[in-house]
Design a protein around this ligand. Structure first.
Ligand SMILES: [Zn+2]
Length: 127
C-alpha cells in the first residue's frame, strides 16, 4: 500500500474526486468517538486545508452540520459516501476518509487509535 505525495480520493460512484497533497503520508489516522463518527465508522487522516482540492463533482457534495454547526461534513449525494470534513477541533485541517484513497486498503491500518471526540474540548469551554 503506497501513499503518494499527490493522491487521488474518490467517492464510491466516482462523481466526486479529490486531489490530496500528502507530503508526510497519512497523518494521524484515527477513528473518533463523537456522536457522528461513532455511526460513520470511517478512519480519518489529517490534511491542511490548502492540501485538499476538489477536482471533480463539487456540486455533487452535500454538507451536513449539527450541534455547534462548526464542523463541515461532506458526502456524495449520489452514493452517500463520506469523503472529508472540515474539523471543529482544528479548522485549519480537513479530515479525509482514508477508505476513499485510490489503492489504499483502510483495513490494513487497523488497529487505529480512537480520538476522544465525545469529550470534545470545544464542548467544555463554555460549561
Ligand atoms: Zn458518489
Amino acid at each position: 500500500m503506497e501513499v503518494k505525495k499527490v493522491h487521488i480520493a474518490k467517492c464510491h460512484c466516482g462523481a466526486v474526486e479529490l486531489e490530496l497533497r500528502l507530503p508526510n503520508g497519512l497523518e494521524d489516522p484515527r477513528r473518533c468517538s463523537c456522536s457522528m463518527c461513532r455511526k460513520r465508522g470511517a478512519i480519518a487522516a489529517s490534511v491542511l486545508l490548502e492540501n485538499l482540492k476538489i477536482t471533480k463533482g463539487e456540486e455533487n457534495l452535500t454538507l451536513y452540520q449539527f450541534n455547534t454547526m462548526t464542523a463541515k461534513h461532506y458526502f456524495c449525494k449520489t452514493c452517500g459516501i463520506y469523503t472529508h470534513h472540515q474539523r471543529r477541533s482544528n479548522p485549519h485541517q480537513f479530515a479525509i476518509n482514508v477508505a476513499c484513497l485510490e489503492g489504499i486498503n483502510a483495513y490494513e491500518l487497523e488497529p487505529v487509535k480512537i480520538y476522544d471526540g465525545i469529550h470534545h474540548p470545544k464542548d467544555s469551554i463554555d460549561l
